[in-house]
Design a protein around this ligand. Structure first.
Ligand SMILES: Cc1cc2nc3c(=O)[nH]c(=O)nc-3n(C[C@H](O)[C@H](O)[C@H](O)COP(=O)(O)OP(=O)(O)OC[C@H]3O[C@@H](n4cnc5c(N)ncnc54)[C@H](O)[C@@H]3O)c2cc1C
Length: 351
């Protein structure tokens, strides 16, 4: 009997820990599996350190098959390595049930992997997608993958139908709202541990030419990662370059700090904290924008936020049109006062 079509989920990891993005990808894959009878396959690039041949590094992820790909001698986190590894998985699946969809996170690296894989396989590719579905064909065929994504700084929502047999979709896992950390999506089927298929692949010349000498993780500090935080306090030009109030309120709320492009261009905040079309996409439960005008390029990265609080001296600031709570005030004085109030309430609550 022919195997079911496969959706291959890249399990992004810092061995041996898989990253939170995998949770949102798995949720999307399991939905497709449930609705269309596809099989979920996981792909883990790198050594199978200590996981054992029977269990595999993604044993708990509810997959039908786990693929572990060792690209000999190449760093498992380079885009050239990951794309070569996924190519090996897709090629192996061609001989059984075809791979119909490869899902990866729409990070900077994920987009590069998606583009390389598409070039190598001739597949259609969509990056920055907010969701993915399969639509049935009128002629009773096996359907085609449709990805939704917003374009032009969030002003248009589009449906991108992939017409090739294989689709590669880089999903915006921040927008997908995986708020539970690196935990499994709720609808993960409790399958028996999936069989592990090991692949060995020679690196591409470009990958083999790169030797990673060392890695220096960015100091994490106590704040949550911007893309994954439940609360984000964003500072804009209206802070006048003093981010201490933004940081103070973020810390009081246990949230992350974000910035507009003006603020990062000015060097008031690191580029990695830029929220928007050319920065990070966020979907916190609470967004606080301080001295932020709400330009369309900024909104493109925070439109999926839950409650939006805007603090601006200008009562006609565009961000107020998108805010649940609009506060006409000077952010430089209001932010420290808010932080103090939050701390006072917390300490009263905890007694
Ligand atoms: C191709 C392209 C991509 C872009 N990508 C991004 C992106 O990814 N992210 C992004 O953010 N921008 C991006 N931009 C820039 C974007 O268009 C805006 O210029 C930018 O978001 C504005 O930043 P801002 O709100 O900090 O500054 P401004 O628009 O200058 O707004 C400052 C606001 O602060 C208010 N204010 C002043 N003083 C105070 C005070 N004391 N207290 C409270 N409020 C005060 C003002 O009333 C004003 O509303 C992009 C632009 C282009 C062309």
């Amino acid at each position: 009997m022919a195997a079911a079509p496969a959706v291959v989920v890249l399990i992004d990891h810092r061995d041996p820990r898989w990253l939170r993005s995998a949770s949102a990808l798995l949720a999307a894959a399991h939905r497709l599996a449930r609705d269309h009878g596809w099989d979920v396959h996981t792909a883990w690039v790198g050594h199978d350190h200590g996981h054992g041949h029977d269990h595999g590094p993604g044993g708990e992820l509810g997959a039908a098959v786990q693929h572990v790909v060792d690209v000999e001698g190449a760093d498992p986190h380079l885009a050239s390595t990951v794309s070569a590894a996924l190519e090996a998985v897709v090629a192996a699946l061609d001989a059984t049930g075809p791979a119909r969809l490869v899902l990866l996170p729409s990070t900077f690296e994920g987009r590069e992997v998606a583009a390389r894989l598409a070039a190598a396989t001739g597949a259609g590719v969509v990056v920055g997608a907010s969701s993915v579905t399969v639509e049935e064909d009128d002629d009773g065929g096996s359907g085609h993958v449709v990805a939704q994504k917003s374009v032009l700084a969030g002003s248009w929502h589009t449906r991108c139908a992939v017409t090739s047999e294989l689709a590669i979709v880089a999903l915006d896992t921040g927008a997908a709202g995986s708020a539970d950390g690196a935990s499994l999506p709720q609808d993960t089927p409790s399958a028996a541990v999936a069989p592990v298929v090991h692949h060995h692949r020679a690196p591409r010349p470009a990958g083999a030419a790169v030797e990673v000498l060392s890695r220096s993780p960015r100091p994490a500090g106590d704040r949550p990662a911007l893309a994954e935080a439940d609360v984000v306090v964003v500072g804009g030009r209206g802070t006048g370059g003093d981010f201490s109030g933004v940081e103070d309120l973020a810390d009081a709320l246990g949230g992350a700090v974000g910035a507009t492009r003006v603020a990062t261009d000015e060097g008031w905040a690191p580029r990695a904290l830029q929220v928007g079309q050319t920065g990070v996409t966020i979907s916190p439960r609470l967004y606080v924008g301080a001295g932020v005008s709400g330009a369309v390029h900024h909104r493109g990265g925070m439109a999926a936020s839950g409650t939006v609080v805007a603090i601006n001296t200008d009562p006609d600031a565009p961000i107020f049109e998108h805010a649940d709570i609009a506060v006409v005030a000077d952010a430089t004085t209001l932010l420290p006062a808010l932080a103090e109030e939050v701390r006072a309430r917390r300490s009263r609550e905890t007694g």
